[in-house]
Write a protein that binds this ligand. Structure first.
Ligand code: BGC
Length: 736
């Protein structure tokens, strides 16, 4: 019933939006515009802003005209010029999980690959590209800005996110959001908060002290909000200290609004609302309401307003926050249109450039790379490198330009309902053929190691493409390459010593064969033209400059958790699933993170554990010297140093500065990415944000940088240190 009302309200809307004028003129203060519109709105109109629907679940005859089919939509108020909100995923391109038959979009590399660039400009350019495609397809709200911290290398959604460090991830996501919103679109930042694994995502409770969360996951959001100013925050599925994120007053009201001054609105994740009381806790909009157990912000809200358990002022406040973002981000002044022009050729270059900068060269023994283009017969072995590259599964999945060449059901658990493994974009076989004109490029899928070894033997160069897929809604059980690929690589490398391994991965993997192959590259999920980017790196047209945004463990035993928490939890019965939501199959459970705020490299530092490859690591075809480190302390910490390209070709360095507070694990305080010609030097200064070097004092409710001697380290990764200095700091505090 409510669904029908929503649908018919939206049908009227589409006809009217184009002609209606916004009641408050563009250019005026968004708060003033929101207030003036609100003064003219009926109660029903205000409530209509508070709940959204999934078109996919609306019967075709009931569907409103002129609404693009994506993740969801919210009816507008045509008589007042308030536009519909038409929502799509997400951070890697305009996604399409079958909502729009035949539609394609430019597919960027995975989030981890974007983060490997350590370059905010790449994220911003990608954001601008996605925003303009979304606009051209008829969307004005993007469910982008995924910045959950990578805590476990088995987590299924890490590929969407931006790594394990709050400063790096927060800065990068802020730039991505800036880019997206430049197209007069509202972007979210998500999933708030501590939704760092998929197993039991709808039922688990992450139990964590306030200081630990403020210094880690929340800090990434805080920085992202400051840099990117997103119009909306999406609250997550999980519970935090026993309370669902979408009804968590501490998170949504105390931290987000009181402490951080967020002026936009909070929308729920799809199926993440569990009560009408979420409204007074700080949630403003129930998304995709058909997949929650109840229509909390429409049907149930009506009852609660009638019996006085929810005050009318809560509706006013939520509607006001939504309207404010609509005005602040230009939605009311930019009509929706589904047929905008898209310059796919220009956008393909954005995707290819991002991939070229995000490829991480992990090993290059004997300077095998870059390759002279002399090979006569090249064997490409593994994955479906003859059909395309793969991408992570789930709501972020973008059907690349050219479409999928193959889609397979690879998920087994909750993701099986909606997630497919696809292959598309430029193929590695064709990219290598283009890079080595005149050479014969042969392909073998690697499923039979003996046959693959035979193919390798007959070639004078071998590229193995090893793959480990990942998807939303499921975690991986381990960090090993599946399906016998380790044995295949051993066999191939034994048959031909000129074997290069490209890892097409959503997470780090173990490499038991690493000593046997001279060159290894992480190409992540490289996006629609990542294959060409790899070819450019292999032949030296591009000098690799990617650095790892997360630690590659040397073994599973190094991880804070032996198994993914909850992966041994009992399966939920039907009744439990009905209460807790659609896409979780375990019974509710609680978990904690032993590492607290010492996420990723800090955990390895604290435990003195040696990873396979450290956070921040990445090789180049040139060499760099980092020296003349000078530090200054007192009330603020800054470090000045010189980077010199000591090799014989141009390249980009990623010098990183870490600080160790007395008795604490090291923390990244800043980095740069200078592009230097051979012999060129650059002087760089990095200043520490007190929140990065300090601690959050939960009792005093402020950040505290204790007085003491701090150790500053300059290096090319979290463990490769070129210079160290000590500096004395005075005690300093900062508001939350
Ligand atoms: C995901 C969100 C996504 C939403 C809408 C959910 O399953 O967790 O990231 O934005 O679906 O597609």
């Amino acid at each position: 019933m409510a669904q029908d009302l929503q649908a018919s309200a939206a049908s009227k809307d589409s006809a009217a939006t184009s002609s209606a004028k916004p009641v408050v003129a563009p250019g005026q203060d968004p708060d003033a515009r929101a207030d003036r519109t609100l003064a003219q709105m009926t109660h029903e109109e205000k409530v209509s802003l508070l709940h959204g629907s999934m078109l996919l679940l609306v019967a075709p005859a009931q569907r409103p005209q002129g609404v693009q089919n994506g993740a969801g939509y919210i009816a507008g108020v045509p008589r007042l010029g308030v536009p519909m909100q038409v929502q799509t995923d997400a951070s890697l391109g305009v996604s399409n999980m079958g909502q729009r038959a035949g539609d394609v979009a430019t597919a960027l590399p995975s989030g981890l690959m974007l983060a490997s660039t350590w370059n905010p400009d790449v994220l911003e350019a990608g954001g601008r590209m996605i925003g303009s495609e979304a606009r051209a397809k008829g969307f004005n709200v993007m469910l982008a800005g995924g910045v959950n911290l990578v805590r476990d290398p088995r987590a299924g959604r890490n590929f969407e996110y931006l790594g394990e460090d709050p400063l790096l991830a927060g800065t990068l996501v802020g730039h991505q959001i800036r880019g997206i919103q430049s197209a007069r679109i509202i972007s979210t930042i998500k999933h708030f908060a501590l939704n760092d694994q998929e197993t039991g995502r709808n039922v688990l409770s992450v139990n964590m002290g306030e200081s630990a969360m403020r210094e880690s996951d929340l800090l990434a959001f805080q920085i992202g909000l400051e840099v990117g100013d997103p119009g909306s925050v999406m609250c997550s599925y999980n519970r935090i200290n026993g309370v669902y994120a979408c009804e968590n007053k501490f998170l949504l009201t105390d931290v987000l609004r009181r402490d951080w001054g967020f002026k936009g609105y909070v929308m729920s994740d799809w199926g993440a609302v569990h009560s009408v009381g979420a409204l007074t806790a700080g949630l403003d909009q129930q998304s995709g309401e058909q997949i929650d157990t109840k229509r909390w912000f429409s049907v149930e809200l009506k009852k609660s307003l009638a019996d006085g358990t929810i005050p009318e002022s809560a509706v006013y406040l939520a509607a006001r926050r939504i309207l404010r973002s609509i005005y602040a981000h230009g939605l009311a002044d930019t009509p929706l249109s589904m047929n905008g022009a898209i310059d796919y050729a220009a956008h393909a270059k954005v995707a290819r450039d991002a991939a070229a900068e995000g490829i991480v060269l992990l090993k290059n023994e004997g300077a095998l790379l870059p390759l002279a283009q002399t090979a006569k017969r090249i064997a490409v072995i593994g994955s479906r490198a003859d059909l395309g590259v793969t991408a992570g599964g789930g709501s972020s999945s973008v059907t690349p330009v050219g479409g999928w060449k193959l889609q397979v059901k690879a998920a087994k658990g909750p993701a099986a309902m909606f997630s497919r493994k696809g292959y598309g974009g430029t193929t590695l076989v064709s990219a290598l053929q283009a890079a080595f004109p005149g050479a014969e490029v042969v392909f073998d899928d690697g499923t039979d190691p003996a046959r693959a070894a035979g193919v390798a033997k007959s070639a004078d160069l071998v590229l193995v493409v090893a793959e480990k897929w990942a998807t939303e809604a499921e975690d991986n059980a381990d960090i090993s390459l599946p399906d016998g690929q380790d044995a295949m690589i051993e066999a191939v490398a034994s048959a031909n010593p000129r074997t290069i391994v490209a890892l097409e991965i959503g997470n780090p993997v173990l490499m038991p064969w690493a000593a046997k192959v001279p060159a290894i590259l992480s190409i992540w999920f490289p996006g629609q033209d990542g294959a060409s980017a790899l070819a450019d790196v292999l032949v030296g047209k591009v000098n690799p400059s990617g650095h790892l945004p997360m630690t590659f463990p040397a073994s599973l035993s190094q991880l804070p958790h032996a198994i993914v928490p909850g992966s041994d939890a009992p399966l939920a019965d039907k009744a439990t699933r009905a209460v807790y939501g659609l896409n979780s199959d375990t019974k509710p459970f609680e978990m904690s993170y032993p590492e607290g705020s010492d996420v990723g490299y800090r955990w390895y530092d604290a435990k003195q554990a040696k990873p396979l490859y450290p956070f921040g690591y990445g090789l180049s075809y040139t060499t760099f010297r980092y020296d003349t480190l000078k530090v200054s302390g007192g009330r603020a910490l800054s470090a000045t140093f010189t980077v010199t390209n000591t090799g014989d070709r141009e390249g980009a360095a990623v010098p990183q500065v870490y600080v160790r507070a007395p008795g604490k694990a090291k923390r990244l305080i800043g980095w740069a990415k200078p592009k230097l010609r051979a012999g060129e030097s650059r002087t760089i200064t990095v200043t520490a944000d007190p929140r990065v070097i300090g601690n959050f004092d939960a009792t005093a409710q402020r950040w505290v940088v204790p007085a003491g001697t701090y150790v500053v380290e300059l290096g090319s990764s979290a463990t490769d240190v070129s210079a160290t200095a000590k500096v004395k700091l005075q005690r300093a505090t900062r508001k939350p």
